[in-house]
Design a protein around this ligand. Structure first.
Ligand code: SF4
Length: 325
């Protein structure tokens, strides 16, 4: 499999304006210096607490935001600096599935209109072709062709997310970024939507970035998992390796906190102490040091960078003491 996406040194910082003159009084360092590659057909899970930057990263990758710095190469083409007017073609290739299927679907449009609109915008001028594609999409996500006449409020939460997935797939995108796609759903419905995504992965060879705060869900769907903390990547590994041999104290604490996980080898406390610091004032050195039970002097001053660790291929960690913990 070749690399579909190559991200290098990606940062997304937002200015904070204040005072009568609306001067810039600070910066939110939402995503800082993120690098990774994604192969065709691969699913990369991104996990971390709320506020860790995972949603901002997803939105920056599909160019809903213009990044502050860094490179995003999609199929070998640099897209980080593309102007808004050049993004139209990219929209077809890079699609998102959003967390809340209700607010992301226009309540005044029938499902048929919701799914036909992107086709029309992207040049599907023949109404018969559009109708055929509409039926195909509805069946692909487990809905009926005559559901196209109904409106979003007539569907359950799980069905609405199926419509959201169908809309994301309408133009046969190269990459789908799914941002917490099941977290607003009941647990029983979550499993159905996850199974649908897993089935689409294998049927269509989807390349996907799956963002979630729920490590169990991420493990189920991902080939590799990337853990983020306060805008930075702290660990990357194959899904199995990350769950069986987590090396970063933050990853270990996240896993230790999972219900039913009573692995005495994970010495981190069950709850991570303290609050996530503000992304507008990240701590110096390792940003996790105020909450880390292993923090030493070097952690307070030096920023750890990702380095290879362990036996598994592609397992990297950003922790000064990962070899000793
Ligand atoms: Fe903890 Fe230090 Fe590792 Fe950061 S670098 S996770 S503070 S041990």
């Amino acid at each position: 499999m070749s690399d579909l996406l190559e991200v290098r040194g990606l940062s997304m910082h937002f200015p904070i304006h204040g005072g009568i003159l609306r001067r810039q009084v600070g910066t939110v360092y939402a995503v800082s210096d993120v690098s990774f590659s994604l192969r065709e057909g691969e699913t990369l899970g991104i996990v971390g607490e709320s506020g860790c930057g995972k949603t901002t990263l997803g939105r920056t990758l599909v160019r809903l935001y213009a990044p502050t710095a860094g490179s995003i190469r999609y199929r070998g083409r640099e897209i980080a600096g593309l102007a808004r007017s050049d993004l139209m073609e990219l929209r077809r290739e890079l699609q998102m599935v959003f967390q809340d299927p209700f607010s992301s679907l226009n309540p005044r449009m029938s499902v048929g209109r919701i799914l036909s609109e992107p086709l029309e915008i992207h040049g599907w001028t023949d109404p018969d072709e559009r109708d055929r594609r509409l039926t195909e999409l509805l069946e692909l996500v487990g809905l009926r062709a005559d559901d196209s006449r109904r409106f979003p409020h007539e569907f359950s939460g799980g069905q609405r997310q199926r419509i959201g997935i169908a809309r994301a797939l309408a133009l046969e995108p190269g990459l789908v970024v799914a941002d917490e796609p099941v977290s607003a759903l009941d647990v029983s419905v979550q499993a159905q939507v996850l199974n649908l995504l897993a089935e689409l992965q294998s049927r269509l060879g989807l390349t996907m970035i799956f963002i979630s705060h729920d490590l169990t869900v991420v493990k189920y769907i991902s080939d590799r998992v990337m853990v983020m903390y306060l805008g930075r990547v702290v660990e990357v590994a194959g899904a199995e390796a990350l769950y069986s041999e987590p090396r970063h104290p933050y990853t270990r604490a996240l896993l230790r906190a999972l219900p039913g996980r009573r692995d005495a080898s994970l010495e981190e406390p069950r709850r991570i102490e303290g609050e996530l610091p503000s992304p507008s004032a990240p701590p110096a050195g390792c940003a996790f040091h105020p909450r880390c039970p292993h923090a030493s002097e070097v952690c307070r001053t030096d920023l750890p960078t990702l380095r290879r660790i362990g036996e598994s291929e592609g397992h990297t960690v950003a922790c000064h003491l990962a070899d000793e913990i």
